[in-house]
Design a protein around this ligand. Sequence first.
Ligand SMILES: [Fe+2]
Ligand SMILES: [Fe+2]
Length: 170
Amino acid sequence: MPVPSTKVIAALEKQADHELLASQNYLAMSYWCEVHHHTGFAGFFKKQAGEELAHANKILKHLADRDVVPKIGAVAAPAGNFKALIETAQAAFDFERANTAGIHAAYEVAVAEKDYPAQVLLHWFISEQVEEEAWSDKLLVKTREAGCAGALMNLDRHLEKILGGDAAGS
Ligand SMILES: [Fe+2]
Ligand SMILES: [Fe+2]
């Protein structure tokens, strides 16, 4: 298999860094939720942190399989001082949309460079983001709707069920 072009390598490394950034942020969100007694949200975000790390590794492994030692960039410290639960839902929503934009940008490079293996790799990410956007959209709406303490407690307790199959992840 041919080694990817420098443009493709750079695009994939950049996306892997985005995935690592998302992972770190979900971890910060998870601990904020844990301390503020939103146990369901905490568990859900911790799972997302693990998934984003797996996404980064999926990209890095692709490069390694093609004989490239991937460069892993510095990750900016995540924001951890949320004022309210809704801010974590908003952050998840924003991260997923930013990640989609990053994946599409990487895909455009893979197409321009006629890199078919990278295109196939990114197809997986493109459809994954459809699911990620679906649950993060639902998360934001449901958290916004949960106006009283009782509704919030119910959402926290049944979060994954409420978010449905979209949040099952992969
Ligand atoms: Fe991801
Ligand atoms: Fe994601």
